[in-house]
Design a protein around this ligand. Structure first.
Ligand code: NAG
Ligand code: NAG
Ligand code: NAG
Ligand code: NAG
Length: 487
């Protein structure tokens, strides 16, 4: 196979044809498109398969390239009882809408199968939430890669608990078995979530390998080795996606146009001292009840810190006035008119995090947000809520030492629905102060965060770890294609 057959040499020069199938949520669509765009820039033919309104988002947020194409398949909003154009989970406000969009994604299978059958690619990259792509890839005899929106650290934790299950009646804390670091979990995932995570991991292990929106230095080589040793499976770190292309101005427009004008936000930050502002945002899928927002407001005010706080807009603008009353302490906005900004809706998160005035990020530890903070060298205040976020918290705080924890232990399947516990203002205030007070601990954390940010930027440069992982992956895919053509 490694002979000098002129036929093979010619083959190897041929661009690859790769299809990408992103899961329909902001934190999945944009990073995967960024990654896909790199394959296009390296001369390969890329097609993203998605629904019309999500295609529109990708079109406006990913820099144009002639090798980067979009193929749309319909999304049956009407049949699902959804308003026209609601095609991703970032538009959902409650469990019911969430489930409708979620279930609607199953209908993508048929048209995608049809398209693939007519135009078979050399490789399919699908989100790990779409395990059914396995059958399609097998039928076409093409390799399938899985885009996993988690950190490898979290995947390894899921794998460890799969191999060493916790007895059903046991209660936390739980040590993660046989791990490169001593990590103890103080919360347990709901059974349903654990089953979902484990079964997607199993489907993933039948793929050709996983690609991640992360860089090796953040997960650590020890977790790459752990993963390969325990699963015998391959992984490529191709991120941080948010550093792969595009200017800051383009980034501002991503996802959705931010509600507050970007300029206003930036000039407010320009007037602040370095590392003095705490940025608070719990991601595009999370909706807190009013009583929780109230506790956050009290904590922020008591901490004395300057802040930018993103609150997800609830449905129906008319309710806004009434809503404001309930979740903000009386006179909060007047008292804090100089100290802080509340953004209702979407914020230019990447730009905010990159501003030198921002010294901390109070976050739910969703992977996308975590990568954005780390890439910007901003330390975190961790408040995990659902999915795999409790594992991310451990990586951020105990393993890499780039954040402090609020100390929550209510682990849910999704960001919606009633939560049993309200996290009290005292605990939130303590965590904010611990990071923002300029003391020894906070300085050490800040230095480590800045160093990790430098490594993130180096990873995507020529010769960096992610750059080289891209090259290794392309070589591997060419090898697979050429083997196939030989037999
Ligand atoms: C989700 O879809 C809506 C259109 O319905 C769009 O406005 C929004 O930007 C989308 N979000 C992402 C990140 O794809
Ligand atoms: C997710 O990631 C993309 C790309 O890195 C970014 O532009 C977007 O703002 C992120 N945030 C959310 C909440 O989706
Ligand atoms: C802060 O650093 C100084 C000097 O290194 C040390 O003496 C002191 O104990 C430290 N304080 C804390 C809280 O770690
Ligand atoms: C990705 O990069 C890391 C760090 O340079 C390296 O150890 C690893 O082998 C690379 N992975 C692949 C699959 O080439």
């Amino acid at each position: 196979m490694e002979s000098h057959s002129p036929y093979l040499d010619e083959q190897r020069q041929q661009p690859l044809r790769i299809y990408f199938i992103p899961f329909l949520a902001a934190g999945h669509i944009l990073p995967l498109s960024d990654i896909a765009r790199v394959f296009a820039a390296r001369g390969h033919h890329v097609t993203i398969i998605t629904t019309p309104s999500n295609a529109q988002i990708i079109r406006t947020s990913t820099p144009h390239h002639p090798n980067f194409l979009l193929h749309t398949v319909p999304f049956p909003s009407q049949e699902l009882g959804l308003p026209d154009g609601i095609e991703n989970l970032s538009d959902t406000f409650d469990d019911d809408t969430f489930m409708k969009v979620f279930n609607g994604m199953d209908t993508l299978r048929e048209p995608i199968e049809h398209f693939l059958g007519r135009h078979p690619p050399d490789c399919i990259v699908a989100d790990f939430m779409f395990p059914w792509v396995e059958d399609l890839a097998n039928k076409l005899r093409v390799p399938r890669l899985v885009f996993n929106g988690f950190s490898l650290f979290a995947i390894c934790a899921v794998e460890s608990f799969r191999a060493h299950p916790v007895p059903p009646d046991a209660s936390p804390p739980f040590l993660i078995h046989d791990f490169p670091h001593t990590v103890t979990m103080n919360a347990t995932p709901p059974t349903l979530l654990r089953e979902v995570l484990e079964s997607t991991l199993e489907a993933e292990l039948r793929s050709h390998g996983i690609i991640l929106n992360n860089f090796v230095e953040l997960d650590g080589e020890e977790y790459v080795q752990y993963y390969e040793r325990t699963t015998g499976h391959k992984v490529w770190h191709l991120g941080p996606a948010c550093l792969l292309h595009g200017t800051a101005e383009e980034k501002a427009e991503r996802g959705q146009k931010s509600v507050l004008s970007v300029q206003k936000c930036m000039s407010w930050l320009d007037s602040k001292n370095p590392n003095s502002v705490v940025y608070i945002c719990f991601g595009s899928l999370c909706c807190f009840p009013d009583c929780q927002l109230y506790e956050i407001a009290c904590a922020v005010e008591a901490s004395g810190c300057e802040f930018i706080w993103v609150v997800r807009e609830k449905e129906g603008k008319e309710e806004e006035e009434e809503m404001k009353e309930k979740w903000l302490p009386k006179g909060f906005e007047e008292r804090n008119s100089k100290k802080g900004i509340i953004i209702r809706g979407w914020a230019p998160q990447v730009l905010i995090l990159r501003h030198s005035a921002v010294g901390g990020f109070l976050s739910h530890c969703g992977w996308n947000s975590t990568v954005e903070a780390i890439s910007a060298g901003v330390p975190m205040i961790t408040w995990p809520m659902h999915s795999e976020q409790f594992y991310n918290e451990k990586l951020i705080t105990e393993v890499r030492g780039v954040g402090v924890e609020v100390g929550v232990d209510e682990w849910r399947s999704t960001g919606y629905g009633q939560r049993e516990k309200v996290v009290g203002r005292g605990r939130i205030e303590v965590a904010i102060r611990r990071l923002m007070d300029g003391g020894n601990e906070s300085q050490e954390i800040r230095v480590r965060a800045q160093e990790l940010g430098k490594k993130a930027r180096a990873a995507v440069q020529e010769g960096g770890s992610s750059f080289n992982n891209f090259t290794a992956l392309i070589d591997e895919l060419k090898r697979l294609r050429d083997c196939k053509h030989e037999d």
